[in-house]
Design a protein around this ligand. Structure first.
Ligand code: FCB
Length: 463
């Protein structure tokens, strides 16, 4: 397929953009919001680049109306945002804070007024600090609390929002939050990481069940499934390494979510590192609450080799030392240092469709960080960002997604990460993923060339 050939997406294909509460909202003390683990973590010296925090971020909490107008101007059909749990239940449990819900009420109405379909993520990493003080995701009770919180949000917005997703990337919450400590709450313990995996999945199952009972029409979860490839497909050691990483990253989530329970090889691996007493009888059944949609976030492939002297993946892949070498990325890289390989997206979508059939998918995140700067040459005098590298990245990945559809994958839509430049977790504001540039001093938004390009893609339903 030539990079210039014309492609049309199926009728009704959803085009949109995604963000997350802590990354854009700011207003961390407004209207009774309680502290989250990211407030604590970002204030802990040495955790986030130059001590950046989400205190102000893109000030979206106050500028949401303009941001929604911009979405409409770009022609977005859908907008994926997350609800900040600490705005709804400042202490993580108990009474609901109506002023926190008011914000999402206003946002939802603004979106619907402009014809943009809201897609909710209930949990995009900003756990109320009060719950972390009781163990966070290592505590089984957090799973129950997530379900209560989900119902509280649904009670207010369920009459207007159709698509509900529970968690964003539980792999990151568990392994980066509790395994290697790169994300909040910054713990480094394999046992904690695996307990967190299980309690996140359990929380998803309980929340999905509760939302279904409350009448939510479309339910899902977003994962960041990895396209794991052996460095040498002819090497048994490399294939075994890929299988182990696939187990720890993909099957540990997808198998129980789709009713197969935890895979035996993953349980055996985990059992060598921890006593999995946190998995109780009946849990796997709860986790398997039926879902209608799988959200897939894809950025880059993962290449591994099997070597006895391998460094392993540290706390992000507990127990892989001496088995798995994670190969350094090659070729053109994004500003995150991530490899650019669009064919990985086709492989990943086809693999999920093959191994977990009957589950419609939505690309809930895809995009690239590039070191773009506004020039002085914008036609409006505001300064334009000519992000041709981002356009090339998005174009390549949309072609890859289209190829998966052509091969029979049930892919319903594509949401670019991200609408706005924003707080990129441990990297702070130094990495820019937006199709819209944000000047953090003035909060001025300037659509980059990629935004105008995407607008055109949407209007043509293709490339
Ligand atoms: C994903 C996160 C999202 C963003 C992108 C770059 O892992 O879900 O919030 O940070 O990476």
């Amino acid at each position: 397929m030539s990079a210039t050939s014309e492609l049309r997406f199926p009728e009704g294909f959803v085009w949109g953009a995604a963000t997350a509460a802590y990354q854009i909202e700011g207003a961390v003390h407004d209207d009774g919001r309680g502290p989250s683990i990211w407030d604590t973590f970002s204030r802990t010296p040495g955790k986030v680049f130059q001590g950046h925090t989400g205190d102000v971020a893109c000030d979206h909490y106050h500028r949401y109306a303009d941001d929604v107008a911009l979405m409409a101007e770009l022609g977005l059909g859908a907008y994926r945002f997350s609800v900040a749990w600490p705005r709804i239940q400042p202490d993580g449990t108990g009474p609901v804070n109506p002023r926190g819900l008011d914000f999402y009420d206003r946002l939802t109405d603004a979106l619907l007024d402009r014809g943009v379909d809201p897609i909710v993520t209930l949990y995009h990493w900003d756990l109320p600090q009060a719950l972390q003080d009781r163990g966070g995701w290592t505590n089984r009770d957090t799973a129950e609390h997530l379900a209560d919180y989900a119902v509280a949000v649904h009670n207010r917005l369920g009459d207007r929002i159709r698509t509900w997703t529970t968690l964003n990337e539980p792999w990151c919450s568990a392994y980066l939050g509790y395994g290697n400590g790169v994300h909040a709450p910054g713990e480094r313990d394999a046992g904690a990481a695996f307990a967190a995996v299980h309690h996140l999945l359990l929380g998803h199952g309980l929340a999905a069940r509760a939302l279904r009972a409350a009448g939510a029409p479309t339910l899902g979860i977003t994962l960041n499934p990895a396209d794991v490839q052996p460095a040498d497909p002819a090497s048994a050691a490399d294939v075994a390494a890929a299988r182990l990483v696939d187990g720890l990253h993909n099957r540990i989530f997808l198998d129980p979510l789709t009713g197969a329970g935890y895979p035996d090889d993953v349980l055996a691996h985990l059992g060598r590192l921890v006593e999995p007493t946190f998995i109780r009888d009946g849990d796997e059944k709860l986790i398997a609450a039926p879902i209608d949609l799988l959200g897939v976030n894809y950025y880059a492939p993962t290449y591994v080799a099997g070597r006895p002297d391998a460094a392993g993946g540290g706390g992000a892949y507990p127990g892989t030392e001496g088995v798995v070498e994670f190969l350094p990325p090659t070729g053109p890289l994004t500003d995150m240092g991530w490899m650019i390989e669009a064919t990985g997206l086709t492989r990943l979508l086809e693999r999920i469709a093959r191994d977990y059939p009957g589950l419609p998918m939505l690309i809930t995140e895809n995009g690239g960080a590039f070191p773009d700067k506004p020039g002085a040459d914008g036609p409006d005098g505001l300064g334009q960002v000519m992000d041709t590298d981002r356009i090339a990245y998005l174009d390549g990945h949309l072609r890859a997604a289209h190829q998966a559809i052509a091969r029979g994958v049930d892919l319903r839509g594509y949401l670019v990460w991200s609408l706005l430049d924003n707080f990129e977790w441990a990297e702070g504001y130094r990495k820019r993923f937006g199709i819209v540039h944000v000047d953090y001093l003035t909060q001025r938004r300037t659509p980059k060339s990629s935004a105008r390009w995407y607008q055109e893609v949407i209007s043509r339903n293709g490339l």
